[in-house]
Design a protein around this ligand. Structure first.
Ligand SMILES: [Zn+2]
Length: 280
């Protein structure tokens, strides 16, 4: 079911960790951001759009994780964009002969049979540093950053007051850092700063997973994510309901512990550097 969240912007929420697909109305059809998860859901969304007389004219994936790069034949054959880094990253995945088996390992077992793999990841990379999504509709600004995943982009539709955040600024998921990056903490804090820079233009924030937030939520969610990342950086317990005893998803506490552990060597290094500079 499509729900309007701003003028010309609609959201379809999937059952799987409240994944949000975003539809932006343009002149000749819609831009579809992070298309959806299960075959049936995407088929239904394609039908709804057809009935509205709003064909999909372009797609966009906010980042190269499997749950953001799926597609359904019902959406048609149109360019599916992502940042250059996003496209390169998923191309790398698809270049392995056994990519399907590898991706399948990471799928939630309860949905695995319903997730269509055949059109996964055919992303056209935009030129590095591209400022906008090339399409016939309201300007969709690309805010590329390095938090969460390589080639991650948030999209700002300023005319409509909408920020499509990708897998950040969620009310149910705490920040998942890109632990393979060399500076995951700094990357995340930098991205939050970019969001803060556009916050005054945002009336509606749409996270990759979770509830759509109104204007009063924009800065609050930036602050909440920042506090979590700073707690990871400092090795202290975050005061964050998303990983606490009444967390909406109980497995997040384990992910949190794992992130804390993985970042321990970086905390130790940062401590050594601080000690060295104190001596100087
Ligand atoms: Zn996701």
């Amino acid at each position: 079911m499509l729900k309007q969240v701003a003028d010309g912007v609609l959201v379809h929420e999937s059952e799987f960790i409240q994944s949000n697909s975003v539809v932006v109305q343009g002149r000749a059809g819609v831009l579809l951001i992070d298309p959806g998860i299960t075959r049936d859901e995407m088929a239904e969304l394609a039908n709804d759009l057809r009935e509205l007389g709003q064909p999909v004219v372009a797609g966009f994936s906010t980042h190269p994780d499997w749950d953001h790069v799926l597609w359904h034949a019902g959406f048609g054959v149109v360019p599916r964009y992502g940042t250059a880094r996003c496209a390169a990253s998923i191309r790398d995945v698809l270049s392995n002969a056994d990519w399907k088996a590898r991706v399948a390992e990471g799928l939630p077992p309860e949905y695995a049979d319903e997730i269509p793999m055949e059109l996964l990841g055919f992303i056209t990379g935009l030129p590095a540093g591209a400022a906008q999504v090339p399409w016939d509709g309201p300007e969709v600004r690309i805010i590329e950053h390095q938090a969460h995943a390589t080639g991650h982009a948030a999209l700002l539709i300023k005319e409509r007051g909408v920020l499509v955040a990708g897998d950040m600024l969620s009310d149910i998921l705490m920040p998942f850092l890109d632990l393979a990056a060399s500076n995951p903490i700094e990357d995340y804090l930098d991205a939050l700063r970019l969001f803060e820079g556009v916050a005054e233009d945002v009336d509606v924030v749409i996270p990759g997973h979770g509830s759509v937030g109104e204007a009063d939520q924009v800065l609050a969610r930036i602050e909440q994510d920042r506090a979590y990342v700073q707690a990871l950086r400092d090795g202290v317990d975050p005061d964050d309901f998303r990983v606490g005893p009444s967390a909406p998803l109980e497995w997040l506490a384990d992910v949190h512990q794992w992130q804390l552990q993985q970042l321990a060597p970086k905390r130790a290094n940062a401590g050594d550097e601080r000690a060295a500079s104190d001596e100087r």
